[in-house]
Design a protein around this ligand. Structure first.
Ligand code: UD1
Ligand code: CA
Length: 465
């Protein structure tokens, strides 16, 4: 049987106390709605429909929208009304409509697949996924008769004392057969809130004798809805822990996992060790047996096998090949590539710098818009002067070049293979392969200068220095 997935994301999110639409709040650095969309896509439905409200344009801009259909719910008149707004987008559809809440970022797609299978196996018209909540709080309670048959879902605000004590609650995940969707038209406005509650579809179906179940297969943690900043913080911590546990299971070592943040899209190879206070973000991939020392931030980068990233280093949109070593206190800016076994040391900044294998730049350098070959040595304090105030220019340093300390390379410039640059040189012209370039003022030694100077100061000397 075919499925479509409808995500309800048009609520006002007043309890969030924020100008940002609720479903765009980030959990583990991903907007909640994006996490729900990722879950929906993993179910491989025929169509994904997002119901959004007045923030529809902002939501469209903030998520990956490929293959997603948007439906507008102009006024937030409740979850039942929201699903009605999705109907035109699934008009001819025959099959199962799976409904997800846009504020449930921790959903496990496998659990939802199991739920859909139960719905099919039981030949239900309407199914709802429920879980046992320690503190049922604001969740809708699942009301059953003595035989266990589900009768209705009662919202906390409408629940009597006895109903408030029910711990089985509605997760906000539903499976509804397309031929039961017309029940939406029969949902009455809730007097207390002036909204049309989707939860009422359960009582409507049950009363009409259409087969309805609540499958209590969820856990509080995976189905938690995020309505407040406090819940957002709880959800973020849960997601963070889930991600770290996954990598621990896959053989990654952590010294202090609580202080580490790993983005959900990151991949890490086994036997890699992550020290405290490390942030690994975006689509970063780290190979096997690497070491990431404390206070490192890596964004959208590829780190190879047996790489060492030393303390307090920032790496952005770059590529670090096997067995290279970077840091401490290095800044690898976008577009850089560090070859295998290369060494980038302390206080070195790279920007769009391709560094060949085995090359060393160990101390205090700026290397921007540059291509450096293999086995080169970049001395302490080397600067590529890549910017003339208007344009950026390239510096090419070929294989095996030795750049003496405190040299400036004024781009565009090329240093030929195996050339040497004497320390303290300002290079403004290309250097042929194998040549030595020297551009510093020749040294002069003035003998006995210090003694003569002191004599002048004491008024003894006749001559000025
Ligand atoms: C809802 C359920 C509750 C369930 C809980 C699970 C209802 C009436 N209640 O409560 O039984 O236990 O989820 O987390 O359904 N939305 C719209 N349009 C609207 C209102 C809401 O699209 O007019 C969206 C929201 O953006 C949100 C979702 O529907 O993503 C749920 O709405 P919310 O207001 O958070 O409902 P809860 O009070 O949490
Ligand atoms: Ca909610």
């Amino acid at each position: 049987m075919k499925t479509v997935c409808v995500i309800l994301a048009a609520g006002l999110g007043k309890r969030m106390n924020s100008t940002v639409p609720k479903v765009l709040h980030r959990v583990a650095d991903i907007p909640m709605i994006q996490s729900v969309l990722n879950t929906a896509n993993r179910l491989k439905p025929d169509r994904v429909v997002v119901v959004a409200g007045k923030h529809i344009d902002l939501i469209k801009k903030s998520v990956e929208t490929e293959g997603v259909v948007f439906a507008l719910q102009k006024d937030a008149k409740g979850t039942g009304h929201a699903l009605l707004c999705a109907r035109p987008s699934i008009r001819d559809f025959k099959g199962i409509v799976v409904v997800l809440n846009g504020d449930a970022p921790l959903l496990d797609p496998d659990k939802i697949k199991r739920f859909i299978n139960l719905h099919k196996k039981n030949k239900n018209y309407v199914s709802v996924l429920s879980f046992m909540a320690k503190k049922p709080g604001s969740y809708g309670r699942v009301v059953r008769d003595k035989s266990g048959k589900v009768l209705s879902i009662i919202e906390d605000k409408d629940a009597g004392q006895a109903q408030k004590k029910i711990h089985e609650v509605n997760s906000g995940v539903y499976a509804i057969n397309s031929n039961a969707m017309s029940l939406l038209n029969e949902i009455k406005e809730n007097r207390l809130k002036g909204e049309y509650y989707l939860t009422d579809i359960v009582a409507l179906a049950s009363r009409k004798g259409l087969k309805t179940s609540a499958f209590c297969i969820g856990t509080e943690e995976e189905f938690m809805g995020v309505n407040t900043k406090e819940e957002l913080y709880t959800a973020s911590n849960l997601m963070k822990k889930n991600i770290i546990n996954k990598w621990i299971e896959k053989g990654v070592n952590f010294l202090d996992a609580d202080s580490v943040f790993i983005h959900p899209d990151v991949a890490i190879g086994r036997d890699t060790t992550i020290y405290p206070n490390v942030y690994i973000e975006g689509h970063t991939k780290i190979g096997k047996g690497s070491k990431i020392y404390p206070n490192v931030r890596i964004l959208n980068s590829r780190i190879g096998n047996k790489v060492i990233i030393k303390d307090s280093t920032v790496i952005e949109d770059s590529d670090i090949k096997d067995m290279a070593s970077v840091g401490p206190f290095a800044h690898i800016r976008p577009g850089s590539e560090i070859g295998s076994e290369a060494r980038i040391g302390n206080f070195v900044e790279l920007k769009k710098a391709i560094v060949g294998s085995g090359t060393k730049a160990s101390h205090l350098s700026y290397l921007g818009d540059t291509r450096i070959g293999k086995g080169a040595n970049i001395g302490a304090g080397t600067i590529t002067c890549n910017y003339d105030g208007e344009k950026k220019h390239m510096t090419i340093i070929e294989d095996g070049v030795f750049v003496g300390s405190d040299s400036q390379l004024v781009a565009p410039v090329r240093v030929g293979k195996g050339a040497y640059i004497g320390a303290g040189s300002t290079v403004t012209k290309d250097i042929p392969p194998g040549a030595l370039a020297l551009s510093r003022v020749e040294q002069r030694n003035i003998l006995n200068w210090a003694r003569k100077k002191s004599e002048v100061r004491k008024g003894k000397g006749k001559n000025k220095v």
